[in-house]
Design a protein around this ligand. Structure first.
Ligand code: ZN
Length: 310
């Protein structure tokens, strides 16, 4: 069993409209945009990152906005719900705030003794806020959410699977431990994690497979401290029968990817070098940043990419 994985690093989804997506995550949810770049594999599409002040792993929600992309159809083989952590006593505030912002799908529920508020992103994305007793992560508050109510980072991600067994086994190999069961949901947590420690597995044997599109999670990335730890994980996963990609330089972290038995695309990403490698923390996310291999496209991209708000 591995011990290098320290929780969720980032979660990457797809959206239809970059400006709407940006407004939702900064103005409505109060996260900080920490990077405005492009999809390194399809540079005519933005890659937008929303997080805490510095883009701490475990707080980073990222989007590929593909203009005009059809909405996804929820189903199995994907991350169904991305859950953010807030302090106890925050949900009434959020219910009011999200209602005022015309956010759809508001519904309170309890899971494993925690109160949650479910809500949808602009493309029907499945989100929730979960109240926790304490969370030591400092929130970003400069986009209008008070300090005691603001999002701390990820609480968990909930995977929807036709058969949860093989993915649960894989997560245990990756260092996760059983933390509870409630109906068709099994909860796993990673010890000594970064705060985004929980993965829920929802088993839905008769549900249809998801069809990816706007509002779907593209992949979920798990955090390792550095490149050495990543190589250890890569080797162990390969020895365990996973088809793992070579290490790919994503400028702000190094990434490896593998498709899990339940269909979800997993990534393992390094905490280094971080989002301040090419711009100062005070100005993260303001300028369009391009990786060296796409810098020659800047004149085209600066006119082609739809403008988004601050
Ligand atoms: Zn990623």
């Amino acid at each position: 069993m591995l011990s290098q994985i320290k929780g969720i690093h980032h979660i990457t989804s797809m959206a239809k409209d970059a400006d709407e997506n940006n407004r939702f995550f900064t103005h409505t949810l109060g996260l900080r945009r920490v990077k405005k770049t492009v999809n390194f594999d399809a540079p005519d599409v933005y890659h937008l990152y929303y997080a805490d002040r510095t883009g701490t792993p475990g707080t980073v929600m990222t989007y590929f906005p593909f203009p005009g992309i059809a909405r996804g159809r929820p189903g199995t083989g994907e991350v169904g719900t991305t859950v953010f952590s807030v302090l106890q006593g925050s949900l009434d505030y959020w219910q009011d705030r999200l209602t005022q912002n015309n956010v759809a799908g508001l519904k309170k529920e309890e899971r494993f003794g925690e109160n949650r508020l479910l809500f949808e992103g602009p493309d029907g994305d499945g989100f929730a806020l979960a109240e926790v007793e304490s969370d030591g992560r400092a929130p970003w508050t400069e986009d209008g959410v008070p300090e005691d109510k603001a999002i701390r980072g990820f609480h968990s991600a909930s995977l929807r699977l036709r058969d949860g067994g093989p993915t649960e086994e894989l997560l245990k190999f990756m260092g996760y431990e059983e933390a509870g069961q409630s109906g068709n949901i099994r909860r796993l947590t990673v010890p000594n994690g970064n705060g985004a420690n929980v993965i829920d597995i929802e088993t839905l044997p008769s549900a249809n497979p998801a069809r990816q599109g706007a509002g779907s999670v593209h992949h979920i990335a798990f955090a390792v401290e550095n490149r050495q730890r990543q190589l250890e994980v890569q080797r162990a996963l390969a020895e365990n029968g996973m088809q793992v990609t070579p290490v790919i330089d994503r400028d702000y972290f190094y990434a490896i990817y593998f498709r899990t038995p339940g269909g979800v695309l997993f990534e393992v990403a390094t905490n280094e070098p971080g989002f301040d490698r090419d711009e100062p923390v005070e100005h993260l996310g303001e300028a369009l940043k391009l990786p060296t291999q796409h810098e020659h496209l800047r004149p085209y991209l600066e006119t082609h990419l739809a403008p988004i708000g601050d």
